[in-house]
Structure formats: structure tokens, C-alpha cells
Design a binder for this molecule. Structure first.
Ligand SMILES: Nc1ncnc2c1ncn2[C@@H]1O[C@H](COP(=O)(O)OP(=O)(O)OP(=O)(O)O)[C@@H](O)[C@H]1O
Length: 540
């Protein structure tokens, strides 16, 4: 049955190649992570010495003291002093430079630990993130693909089979530090799986956390929490892999916004409890951002329905001609048991990403909604404009391909080199239908991995920096959501607020006590010594 389906898929793609060559003349990353067809980006060091040093030189004092303490740990390790594994939680408000800092840490730690590796190409420090777009932005790997963790992460822990385990053991034989960004989106079950996989990979034989691999987690619990599952700081009966082991290092200086009064305002919004009144000055500042509309700017909404409404409005005003593309769904025939194309649509699981119908036109703003190829930057969340739609000669069937000019030229560069692109579409990437498992039964959906993207949800923009945005505070439904949306822009001048509602801006009150009870990674009395060392390191 599966063979038959694959054969039909092969035939289908052959048919597409033939037809397409004949015709050649003529949003918002989902948080559900899918790991099929996603390549890893795992280089032991992605920067050369010059780039690494330049990066280290940009670090501010707060960033440097954390950087230096981790550097010292690496030196101890290399000297054979066998230091205890690190368990560090680097946190701080939006734009305090957490991601920037971990790139510097990844560079320096990989460089220092290289002599301890069996081979120069082995990975000693691995940078990961829970979503495709966060991973791409960091040039990192997704947690799911790194550790062969499927989409349903259910407890009790399911050990990895011997064959896959052997592959991972060979790959991570020298892994000493695992860095995980956007940790606020990682839920307890996934964290338990990371612990379980590392224990299996490292064959630690005891219950030491994470198989004695050092773990550096980075993020801000005042931002978005996991879509499903419980955030790591929540206390529970029994061992808590996060609060029982990790020490905290907090960055307090906001670097994304150079205007300190805007940065201070955002810091107050970050920790605003529902019961605390907002300062009159803060309300006045935010209300001054209610300047109307700018259709050329990214719109950020809280809910998918608001996003769809705005996208359709823009589609109708921008695209002369539109095409409605219906998914082709394949279900099991009750009599034959074979996968056959259905007349209607499947009930897809929440984790499936391909849309039932997409309406597109040339010039439509679109986003990839599926990780197609991480190494080539074709990941869930990257945006661009439709430049051409290759129609199917059989009119009733969906188009054969859609060309997209992505905002970032690096996205799809490999694919553009490998596919013949008509001259007038140079710079555009050919996107073809993708197939994915739509539900647990193993039924399939075939559809273009695209969505309209003049607007996107707040969940898609966590970790992103933009110059301008229109932020709607209508229907805020979770703590930290308004804060994440408002903190994406570099300046107040770049922010337009719609549907302002001060009640929409609030945090989860259990975060502060949970993180305040964590032991500090850097003891204050040590700080000046670390900073003095750092200055020496950077200057010489
Ligand atoms: N020391 C620094 N000097 C100059 N620019 C910096 C520094 N640290 C970070 N930046 C810049 O500030 C911006 C925000 O940094 P970054 O994305 O690392 O913050 P973050 O704390 O990870 O934010 P978020 O929580 O929103 O993901 C980026 O454009 C980054 O390049």
C-alpha cells in the first residue's frame, strides 16, 4: 500500500517535471514542529576567527561576564580538571541580546573544546531551538530533528531504537555543551525527552541529568509559553529537571531599542501583573502610537482568524487575478484498505501544517508554513512575494508550481541553483506541493506549503526584530502575548498600535517567584574579577 502511494508520488513528480519544462517559456511559523525532510545544520563552528572575535567585541559587560564564566568552564575541561556539567539558564527581556550572546558562546566554546574531540569535524557544542524559524535565524538545528523526537511527545519516555541510537552516538560522541534557545516554548515533556535522549546517547548508566552533557538554555518566560504542555518553571511533585538543577544569569540591558525610555516602558510591560495599574505616562505613550494604518508594514494579530481576515482584504486589493488551490487528501478506502484520493477533506491533526485551501495571486505576500529544507533556509516562517504561478494544463487540477521571491536571498539559494528557472524569474524559488501525514491514522495531504502573510500571529514573530509593525491588541488570549508583539520594533516611531487595550498587557504572576528562587550563575562578588579578565581577553 505504502509502495503504491510512493510510486504514485514518483509518477506525479515525474509528470510535473515534464509538464513544467513544457511551460517554462510561458502568515507565521506554526509552532508544531515537524522533522521530516528537515536537514540538520550542525557545524562545530559556523564562524571563522575574525568573525568570532568581532562578535565577542560587540558584547556588553553583562553579556561578557556570562561569556567569560562559560569560557572558564571550557578551559577547565580542556585542562582535564573534569568540572561539573553546566546547567545555566540565560534570561532577560526581549532584545537584551540573549541570542546574540549564545552565538558568541557557541563560537568560543567550540573553538576551545576542539582539542578534546576525536576528530576536528566532530560536534562539541550544539545550538538548537524548538521551532524551524528560530533554528534558521540562529543557523541552528531543531530539537526534534537533532534528537529524532517525533511530533507526539508523550510520557512515559519512549527510548530510541538501537539503529537510530547508534547513528546519534556516532554523531554526538564529542558533544559536551547543548544550547537551547527560545526555552519558554519548550514544554516539560520535550525537556524530559532531551534528558532521555542524551542519557541514551552518552550511556551514562546513572540518573545524572542530560547524560552529563552541559546544558545552556536561553529565553524569557515572560514571552510566549509552549502551545501545548507545561512551561519548565512550573513546580510539580518529584524531580524538576529545570528548577532543581539550573542556575540563572539575567541580562538587564535592552539593546534592541536604543531609546532607553521605550526600553524601560517595555520592561515595565513585561512584568506587569494583571492587578497592577499601568502608569498614566505609559498609557499615554502607547496611545500616541495609535496613528492609524500602514498597508506596507507587517501586521501582527493575536489570532489566526484576524490574520486571515486581514490577508484576504489585502489579497483582494493587491492581486488582479487569484487562484484557489485545494489540497488533495488521501484516505484509506474502507473496502480495499488502500490510500485513495478523497472527494472531500480529511480531519487533519493540529500538528499538520498544510492548508485545506489557499487563495493566491501574483504579488501576494506569502510565508512558508512547513519546514521544507532547513539547510537551504526553506523553513516554516520565511516570507516573500509570489512572482509566478505555473498553471496546470488540466485546469481542474492545482497549479504545478509557484515561484516565490523570498525577502532573504539566502533562502532557497541551493534550490535555485539546482532548478532551471526562466530568465524573467531569476531570484525566485520554485515551490512545489509537499505531502505530509495529516493525522495519526497515516492519511495524507498534498498541498503547497504556503500561506498568505501580510499579517501573522504573535506566535510567529517571537525572536524577530523588525523596523516597523502594526500591532493589534484585539483578543489577546495569553500572558506575555501583548509584550512580545509590542517589543518587536526597534523604536516607538516604528510602532503603530490598533485596538489598544491596557488590560491586554499582562504577565503570568507565577514566573517571577519561580525564577527568583533559582540560584545565581554568577555570584556578585565574582563579577568584577570576571569583567577584568574579559577586558584582557578582548583587548589581547
Ligand atoms: N552587545 C550588543 N551590541 C550590539 N547589538 C546587539 C548586542 N546584543 C544584541 N544586539 C542586537 O540587538 C538585537 C536583539 O538581540 P537578540 O535578538 O539577541 O535579543 P534577544 O534577547 O534574543 O531578543 P528576544 O527575546 O526578543 O528573542 C539584534 O539585532 C542583535 O544583533
Amino acid at each position: 500500500m505504502e509502495v503504491e502511494r510512493l510510486e504514485s508520488k514518483e509518477e506525479y513528480s515525474e509528470m510535473m517535471q515534464v509538464v513544467s519544462s513544457e511551460h517554462e517559456q510561458d502568515v507565521i511559523p506554526d509552532l508544531a514542529v515537524r522533522n521530516e525532510q528537515v536537514c540538520h545544520i550542525e557545524k562545530s563552528n559556523v564562524m571563522n576567527r575574525q568573525e568570532g572575535l568581532s562578535l565577542v567585541k560587540t558584547l556588553n559587560q553583562e553579556q561578557l561576564s556570562i561569556f567569560y564564566k562559560i569560557r572558564q568552564w571550557c578551559l577547565e575541561k580542556v585542562a582535564g580538571n573534569n568540572p561539573e556539567p553546566l546547567h545555566v539558564f540565560i534570561t532577560g527581556g526581549a532584545g537584551t541580546g540573549k541570542s546574540h550572546l549564545i552565538k558568541a558562546i557557541q563560537y568560543e566554546a567550540s573553538r576551545l573544546l576542539a582539542p578534546t574531540c576525536h576528530s576536528p569535524d566532530n560536534i562539541s557544542v550544539l545550538l538548537t531551538a524548538p521551532t524551524g524559524i528560530a533554528a534558521y535565524n540562529l543557523q541552528a538545528a531543531t530539537i526534534h530533528s537533532t534528537f529524532s523526537i517525533g511530533t507526539s511527545v508523550s510520557l512515559p519516555y519512549t527510548p530510541l531504537g538501537e539503529e537510530k541510537l547508534n547513528t546519534l552516538r556516532a554523531k554526538y560522541i564529542d558533544l559536551q555543551i547543548l544550547i537551547i534557545d527560545e526555552i519558554s516554548m519548550v514544554d516539560k515533556r520535550l525537556f524530559t525527552y532531551i534528558h532521555g535522549r542524551l542519557r541514551q546517547i552518552k550511556q551514562s548508566g546513572d540518573f545524572s541529568p542530560f547524560g552529563n552533557v552541559s546544558i545552556i538554555v536561553v529565553g524569557d518566560f515572560f514571552q510566549l509559553s509552549p502551545v501545548m504542555g507545561r512551561p519548565l518553571y512550573k513546580e510539580e511533585v518529584g524531580i524538576n529537571l529545570f528548577t532543581d538543577y539550573f542556575k540563572i544569569a539575567e541580562l538587564k540591558t535592552v539593546v534592541r531599542q536604543s531609546d532607553t525610555s521605550f526600553a524601560d516602558l517595555l520592561n515595565r510591560l513585561r512584568v506587569r501583573s494583571k492587578g497592577t495599574p499601568m502608569l498614566d505616562d505609559d498609557i499615554a505613550t502607547l496611545k500616541r502610537c495609535e496613528t492609524g494604518e500602514d498597508p506596507d508594514v507587517l501586521h501582527i494579530f493575536t489570532k489566526n482568524e484576524l490574520v486571515s481576515h486581514y490577508n484576504l482584504k489585502m489579497l483582494n486589493s493587491v492581486c488582479e487575478d487569484t487562484v484557489t488551490i485545494c489540497a488533495r487528501d488521501f484516505g484509506f478506502d474502507k473496502q480495499t484498505g488502500k490510500l485513495t484520493e478523497l472527494k472531500g477533506y480529511l480531519h487533519k491533526s493540529k500538528q499538520a501544517s498544510l492548508e485545506e485551501t489557499i487563495i493566491l495571486g501574483v504579488n501576494a505576500r506569502v510565508m512558508l508554513c512547513k519546514n521544507v529544507d532547513l539547510a537551504d533556509g526553506l523553513v516554516n516562517g520565511v516570507c516573500g512575494f509570489v512572482t509566478y504561478i505555473v498553471r496546470n494544463p488540466q485546469e481542474k487540477l492545482p497549479p504545478l508550481a509557484i515561484y516565490v521571491k523570498f525577502d532573504d536571498d539566502r533562502v532557497g539559494a541551493q534550490r535555485r541553483r539546482q532548478t532551471r528557472t526562466p530568465a524573467d524569474l531569476t531570484g525566485s524559488t520554485r515551490i512545489e506541493p509537499e505531502e505530509e501525514q495529516a493525522n495519526k491514522k497515516g492519511e495524507k495531504r498534498r498541498q503547497f506549503p504556503l500561506r498568505l502573510a501580510w499579517a501573522c500571529t504573535v506566535h510567529k514573530v517571537q525572536g524577530v526584530t523588525v523596523d516597523k509593525a502594526v500591532v493589534s491588541l484585539k483578543k489577546v488570549f495569553t500572558a506575555g502575548q501583548a509584550y512580545v508583539a509590542l517589543s518587536r520594533v526597534r523604536s516607538l516611531e516604528g510602532l503603530i498600535i490598533q485596538d489598544f487595550d491596557k488590560k491586554a498587557i499582562y504577565c503570568n504572576d507565577s514566573i517571577r517567584p519561580a525564577i527568583e528562587s533559582m540560584p545565581p550563575f554568577i555570584v556578585e562578588s565574582m563579577r568584577w574579577r570576571l569583567e577584568a579578565h574579559v577586558l584582557t581577553l578582548v583587548v589581547f
